[in-house]
Every structure is written in structure tokens, then in C-alpha cells.
Unconditional design. Structure first.
Length: 260
């Protein structure tokens, strides 16, 4: 009996120590809800939610069911490498080991506040390293431009509320400089990059060269990331699970930060 009593005590002690660790962990939602206010590219169809059933049934219980439709690339979403690189991974082919990873935050909001067309430079990334150490292998690198404070105001966030090609021509928001994207792809081994704007490339980009530089190397991006103001420079984990669309070039994603 003494043997089993000791086992029970050991299990109880382990449970007792696990509970505070669970309480100490903080989860931060980095995802915007999908609704009629969700921001999409000016040429894309927005999010639509239709009521199929809602209310009390003839059998006396409540029942609701809805249908939704949306473009792949809008709101908080993940781009698969195939989005800008032929033959690369589709959204359902991205390994889970790439979407659960350490996170870091590079803050360029001061630069972006002075220039809404600002492009994050390799120097910005190296400045982060001076204070925080080398960008970790396998991490998800998040760029904070400060643009999250404008969401979902299209004029402030995108630079325009117009649709179609006219809207595309009037896009103005920060992004990642293609030279910095090339530097990352060649010199660091990140898993992915995220940003609090509508695109990794800045609004006036015509060739989406940062997308091209990253995706041809198998990297991918998360765009319209929310609540980056709640994150430190490092010391957290990212969990970013996209809708598993077979053959998709992108998908809505639920992304959270786990603070340790």
C-alpha cells in the first residue's frame, strides 16, 4: 500500500505544480474576426455570411446554421509559397512544424509613422539583432508598423476605399523592402514572416518582389496580423493554423502568441 500511496502523492504534486504554470501562461489573439468589415484587396470579393437557419424549430429547440464565402487572401490570412512561386507548397502542404514556432517582433512604427510607404530595410533587421541577438532559426518574424491601429478603416489602413484597379493604384501602406526580403532568405533561416498591413510588399508595389524573394525559397507570410502592440521583441511562441484548403494558395488563419 505504501508504494501506491507514494505514487498518488507524486501525481498530486505534479498536478499541483502544473496548474500555476498553466495560469502564468498568457495567450494573445493576433487575429481579426471575419465579418462584413474585414479588409480585402480591392480586386477581391469580401467576406459574406448567409443565414441558412436561425431560431426555434417546430420540435422546440433552438438551431442555427450559416454559410460563408470569401477570397483566400483577406483579413488575417496566410499566404502559401505557391501564391508567388510555381510548384512550391500549397497551404495544406505547409508542415505543422513551420506554423508552431518561436516568434520575434521587429518594431518599425516610428519609421512608418513618418512615411506611410516605408519599406522595412535589412538595416532595421540588423538593428534588432544588435539589441536581441541573431534572428533565431525557424522563427516566425513579425513586423510591427503600427498600422494595426487603423484596422478596419480602409482609407487609413489601405490608403483608399475604392474597389478594382483604381483602388489598387491608390494603395499606400508600409511593407518589407525586396532587398531585406532577399537578405532574410539568403542569410537567415526563418520559417515565416508576418505583418500588420495588407501585404508583405508595400502598397505601391507593382511586382510584389518581396513575395517573390521569400516564396521561391519556400517561406510564407501572414498578413493583417492583429494586436502586435501587445508583444515584446522576443520570448513568445506563435501558433498560426490556417484553414486546410487542399491546393489553396492561401487561407484564413487563426494566429495566437503564447507568452511564457
Amino acid at each position: 500500500m505504501r508504494k501506491y500511496y507514494l505514487i498518488i502523492l507524486a501525481v498530486a504534486a505534479a498536478a499541483g505544480t502544473a496548474a500555476p504554470q498553466q495560469r502564468d501562461r498568457r495567450l494573445i489573439d493576433l487575429t481579426y474576426s471575419f465579418s462584413s468589415q474585414t479588409i480585402y484587396w480591392p480586386t477581391a470579393e469580401g467576406f459574406k455570411l448567409a443565414v441558412d437557419a436561425e431560431g426555434m424549430t417546430e420540435k422546440g429547440y433552438y438551431y442555427s446554421a450559416y454559410s460563408f464565402s470569401a477570397a483566400e487572401h483577406g483579413g488575417t490570412h496566410m499566404d502559401a509559397p505557391v501564391h508567388f512561386a510555381r510548384g512550391m507548397a500549397t497551404i495544406d502542404q505547409i508542415p505543422l512544424t513551420r506554423v508552431v514556432a518561436p516568434g520575434i517582433l521587429v518594431d518599425v512604427q516610428k519609421q512608418a509613422a513618418a512615411d506611410r510607404d516605408y519599406q522595412v530595410t535589412a538595416q532595421d533587421l540588423m538593428e534588432w539583432e544588435k539589441s536581441n541577438g541573431r534572428i533565431p532559426d525557424g522563427c516566425i518574424l513579425l513586423l510591427r508598423t503600427g498600422w494595426g491601429k487603423f484596422y478596419p478603416d480602409k482609407i487609413k489602413y489601405l490608403g483608399t476605399d475604392k474597389k478594382g484597379p483604381e483602388g489598387v493604384s491608390q494603395l499606400h501602406f508600409p511593407g518589407l523592402d525586396p532587398a531585406a526580403a532577399g537578405w532574410l532568405a539568403a542569410n537567415r533561416k526563418i520559417s515565416a514572416i508576418g505583418i500588420d498591413t495588407a501585404s508583405i510588399d508595400y502598397g505601391q508595389s507593382k511586382l510584389f518582389e518581396s513575395h517573390q524573394a521569400l516564396y521561391k525559397e519556400g517561406l510564407f507570410a501572414i498578413e493583417n496580423v492583429a494586436n502586435l502592440h501587445e508583444l515584446p521583441a522576443k520570448g513568445f511562441e506563435i501558433i498560426a493554423l490556417p484553414m486546410k484548403i487542399q491546393g489553396g494558395s492561401g487561407a484564413p488563419v487563426r494566429i495566437i502568441a503564447v507568452m511564457k
